[in-house]
Design a protein around this ligand. Sequence first.
Ligand code: IMP
Ligand code: MG
Length: 187
Amino acid sequence: MEVKNKIDIDMYRNRIKRVLITEEEIATAIEKAGKEISDSYDGNPILLVSILKGSFVFLADLCRKITVPCEVGFMCAKSYYNGTVSAGVVKITMDLEQDISNYHVIIVEDIIDTGRTLNDVVRLLKTRNPLSLKVVTLLDKPSRRKVEFNADMALFTIPDHFVIGYGLDCAEYYRSLPYIAEYDETK
Ligand code: IMP
Ligand code: MG
């Protein structure tokens, strides 16, 4: 079994460069998104599809602001990174258990960067004939697109920084930060 080395806690903290989006700002945006979703899907069978791992925190908060019945499902899509740069390879490592042909599907994603992950996931889910398919993302980095892809709802548009927190990681750490921060790659 691989043994993880002890983490240098000062280095861990120093790499959190600055807070980009506060807890309060996230909460306000999610409340609004939850209301919009509740208003437009009222009474219809909704399946929120969380793309793991990055979107688990966003999903947890968003689903609690949706006031109409909804179900949740999980899919694991891994985009491979060389450090903080996308290597452009997407793999579905865990699939949904639901037959989505009975649902209005809303894909819940943490961030759209090159667009490759969602482009692949959307293409795959469309072949399964959902009643409808929309994408909501917490963050959008449009300046980094490699394939043309737009979310139906993006809560925050951010510049080209590698960000951490609120589900987003760097080498699996920092997902538990309650805010979105810029990562300091120089330290
Ligand atoms: P894309 O396929 O390049 O759009 O990348 C999407 C995935 O890469 C996201 O779901 C994240 O998991 C990850 N990712 C992209 N940008 C960042 C970032 O700034 N911080 C952490 N993860 C990121
Ligand atoms: Mg992700």
